[in-house]
Write a protein that binds this ligand. Structure first.
Ligand SMILES: [Zn+2]
Length: 324
């Protein structure tokens, strides 16, 4: 499942590509036919994310105010199997400030495209556009079970297999967001709310960091890596984890996840800790301290990194660096 930074990156790209434009909406698969019909021909007002939820507000052309009752919100959560696939002409796939969207977002997580920072639409070879002169592009036939196709003048985005795709009013959006913990990538994310959320619960802190009601947006990699960086034992109960240590986690996640939004990569190893020579099969050591590195030597102390199943997800940690 993509972690929150990917959804924020996607929101930025959609905002840049389509904000203020009228879009056509359809459901080639049929399962979202009524929803698509409701927003078809409306103007996309922007795009935002909270954790792993994407919110796209639509309104009829010329509608004011932007927070009025005429605004309809599309909420999408990719879940484990969802993905967005993009296709379009050269103006659509040209480099954008944010470097996203990738041709494909979701499904098997991220597809590294190199660090050039150019358009993440280019390079995954999905779709048939990407080089067509502006104006000469026409949308390709939907591939697979496309729940929703959003189509602009220069490109389209196809959504397949989402865990959630629904229309909400402003109250509905507020209700969804109310169930989510603070998001380190949002301006309204509050560190002290996160701290209180953890300290109210007895579950292991390693499990709580994955609980979207405690902290929105972090997934398995950020969970493992920030606990390592903050030297916290993942089995420590939330209510026995000090305020200062939890503030450190939040303060660590903000720049780590911001870097993820800017680059599309989760990189958590400080440059000084990257080995000069990577062992065969341990490419992770250039990016991560413990994630997917079980059985390898900890980059800081040499102790063997361990793994265990916690709450159905695999947890990685260094028993020495994270002894308490
Ligand atoms: Zn260690």
């Amino acid at each position: 499942m993509p972690e929150g930074h990917t959804i924020h990156r996607l929101a930025s790209a959609l905002d840049e590509l389509w904000s203020g434009q009228r879009l056509r909406a359809s459901s080639p698969q049929g399962r979202f036919a009524n929803g698509a019909e409701s927003i078809d021909g409306q103007v996309l007002l922007g795009a935002s994310a909270h954790g792993k939820h994407l919110f796209l507000p639509f309104a009829p052309e010329g509608y004011m105010p932007l927070d009025g009752p005429g605004v309809t919100w599309l909420r999408v959560h990719l879940g484990l199997y969802g993905s967005w696939t993009f296709d379009g002409d050269a103006s659509f796939t040209a480099p954008h400030a944010i470097g996203a969207p990738r041709r494909r977002v979701g499904e098997r997580g991220e597809h590294p495209l190199g660090r050039s920072g150019g358009s993440a639409l280019v390079g995954l070879g999905v779709g048939t556009g990407g080089g067509t002169a502006p104006g000469k592009w026409s949308p390709s036939e939907p591939r697979g079970a496309v729940r929703l196709r959003l189509l602009g003048e220069h490109g389209c985005a196809d959504l397949t297999g989402p865990a959630a795709c629904e229309l909400l009013d402003a109250d509905g959006v507020a209700a969804v967001r109310h169930r989510l913990g603070p998001d380190p990538l949002r301006d309204d994310g509050e560190r002290e709310v996160f701290v209180a959320n953890v300290r109210r619960r007895r579950k292991p802190v390693g499990e709580l960091l994955m609980d979207q009601a405690v902290l929105a947006g972090a997934g398995n990699i950020y969970r493992a890596e920030t606990l390592f960086r903050c030297r916290i034992n993942p089995y420590r109960p939330g209510n026995a984890t000090g305020v200062g240590r939890l503030r450190a986690v939040w303060d660590d996640l903000v720049p780590l996840m911001t870097y993820g939004v800017e680059t599309g990569f989760i990189t958590t190893v400080d440059a000084a800790d990257v080995p000069d020579v990577l062992d065969e099969g341990d490419q992770e050591a250039a990016r991560w301290y413990v994630y997917h590195r079980d059985g390898r030597a900890c980059l800081r102390c040499g102790t063997t990194v361990r793994r265990a199943e916690v709450g159905g997800r695999t947890l990685f940690w260094c028993p020495r660096c994270q002894a308490r």
